[in-house]
Design a protein. Structure first.
Length: 507
């Protein structure tokens, strides 16, 4: 009987399709499925975004979108279990329609391809609350789960509330609110009870769902052992993180809309993402069953208690071992067009600001500075201007500068970097960033480490902007007088930082 390298029989080795592999949960699920001995195919709009993940060589990548029936059909071929880990939240006023259409396409193509099971991670909804009274976010999650359960393919719908893990949006929101505000005037939803769950347990249930019996076709509530109010979660976070006791003063005037802007001001989580998180806290969301344990048994000590999940997440953050972050997924509405490779791009105007400097340092020293840009290291020029630009972006609903970095030293394709996204990286030579700030056009920033004809290290920097409409052209010319300060200063300070790094430290 044939077995794989893990002693697993071929009939036990499933072929799994994972959508949302570039997102927070999907990016962690793929290596867990591979470790369990399964084969994995990832359906992703931009396969290049997965290139630098440690598990990338072991997983198949196919280009497609869940709203495109043809690409979904192609991705479903030969698949046993299909994981649906995407949603259209924030993609516009019609996101519920988009979610509905994508789920129906996914269910139809799964049936046509003979898929044995669909696994979906949705949101925990409150009991005895009419669906029409739920937030659009929770209502859409519930509808997608219902579409899968009504399909002809057996489905496992996992319903979770707050997910605690390094880099999760819920954890980041809790972390920054607690750490930055020793005294908090908070919305009334801090008194709402919820049942958080550690990301390790979410992944364990997702992996275990793949091997459920064929006659299982239902939803499962999943949560940790603790039922807490958000106020209790903040206070327990302070204890675990070694902070002083927080003073929390709830007020009734902060609506979900207002409180989402409050969260956006205090934390790196933008208001567009904070709003569905805060809206989900209007109603009590606790588990009413733990039937999942019949099919995915809990080992001793699991599910993890809240304090242990917090401690693990904090340790990952402090050790810079965050595998994925909430910002791993592309920002809805952000430009996603790749940089035109034709230097005389025929698609329209392409404005450029190019700088080039020789560097009194090795290429390795210069590349270390380039790859370490952003986050706590900043952007090497006129910090007030970058700060103002970040605040303006947050004010108009953008992501701002506070997303920071996943890793303090290393970057990979697809990483978020403040209000940029890593579009391409050639170690030791090129870092290309695509802007995800709110702009009337598409923008990129390129940084090159090269060697000139005389054998000296050379730094080359290029900012590009493709305007959208008349306002886009006006924007470029309005900010171009500041380029000498911002982009010129950046080039000079990056090269100086590289030169300083090679000088010996005096005793």
């Amino acid at each position: 009987m044939e077995t794989n390298g893990r002693g697993q029989r071929d009939e036990e080795r499933l072929h799994c399709l994972v959508t949302g592999a570039s997102g927070y949960i999907g990016g962690r699920l793929v290596p867990e499925l591979l470790a369990a001995g399964h084969r994995v195919r990832c359906l992703v709009r931009s396969p290049g975004k997965l290139r630098d993940h440690p598990w990338a060589p072991d997983a198949e990548k196919v280009r497609g979108d869940v709203t495109d029936a043809h690409s979904v059909a192609e991705a479903m071929r030969g698949i046993d279990v299909a994981y649906y880990l995407v949603h259209a939240l924030g993609s516009g006023a019609e996101f519920e329609d988009t979610d509905r259409r994508a789920a129906r396409i996914f269910a139809r193509q799964a049936r046509a391809a003979g898929v044995r099971r669909i696994v979906y991670l949705g949101g925990l909804t409150p009991r005895n609350v009419p669906e029409g009274s739920l937030s659009p976010h929770l209502r859409s999650r519930a509808e997608v789960g219902r579409i899968f359960l009504e399909s002809e393919v057996p489905a496992t719908v996992l319903r979770a509330a707050v997910v605690i893990g390094s880099g999760s949006a819920s954890f980041e929101m809790l972390r920054y609110l607690t750490e930055r505000l020793p005294v908090m005037v908070t919305p009334s939803w801090v008194h709402t009870r919820t049942q958080p769950i550690g990301v390790r347990d979410v992944l364990r249930y997702l992996v275990g769902s793949a091997t459920m019996p064929d006659d299982v076709d239902r939803s499962f509530d999943i949560g940790g052992p603790d039922v807490l109010t958000y106020r209790e979660m903040m206070r327990r976070y302070a204890v675990v993180a070694g902070l002083r006791r927080r003073v929390i003063v709830p007020v009734p005037v902060l609506t979900p809309r207002l409180s989402s802007h409050w969260v956006g001001l205090v934390t790196p989580v933008p208001a567009s993402l904070a709003r569905p998180l805060t809206e989900s806290l209007r109603h009590e969301v606790v588990c009413h069953e733990h039937d999942i344990a019949r099919y995915v048994p809990d080992p001793p000590g699991r599910p993890l208690p809240f304090d242990e999940a917090l401690a693990l997440a904090l340790r990952r953050v402090r050790e810079a071992q965050v595998a994925t972050r909430w910002s791993s997924a592309s920002v809805p509405g952000a430009p996603s067009d790749p940089l035109p490779t034709d230097p005389h791009w025929a698609g329209g105007s392409l404005y450029q600001d190019e700088r080039e400097l020789s560097v009194d340092a090795s290429r390795e020293a210069l590349w270390k500075v380039v790859e370490g840009i952003g986050g706590d290291n900043g952007w090497y020029s006129f910090p007030p201007a970058w700060a103002v630009r970040g605040w303006l972006d947050r004010f108009v609903g953008g992501v701002g500068l506070r997303r920071g970095r996943r890793d303090a030293e290393r970057l990979r394709v697809g990483d978020s970097l403040d209000f940029w996204r890593v579009e391409e990286i050639e170690p030791g030579h090129l870092l290309r960033l695509r802007a995800e700030m709110r702009l009337p056009g598409l923008a990129w920033l390129e940084m090159y480490v090269e060697t000139d004809d005389a054998g000296r290290t050379r730094y080359r920097q290029r900012a590009l902007f493709h305007p959208r409409g008349l306002f886009g052209h006006a924007y470029w010319w309005s900010v171009s007088p500041f380029h000498a300060v911002v982009f010129g200063g950046m080039a000079r300070n990056i090269t100086r930082a590289a030169a300083r790094s090679r000088r010996p430290v005096r005793p």
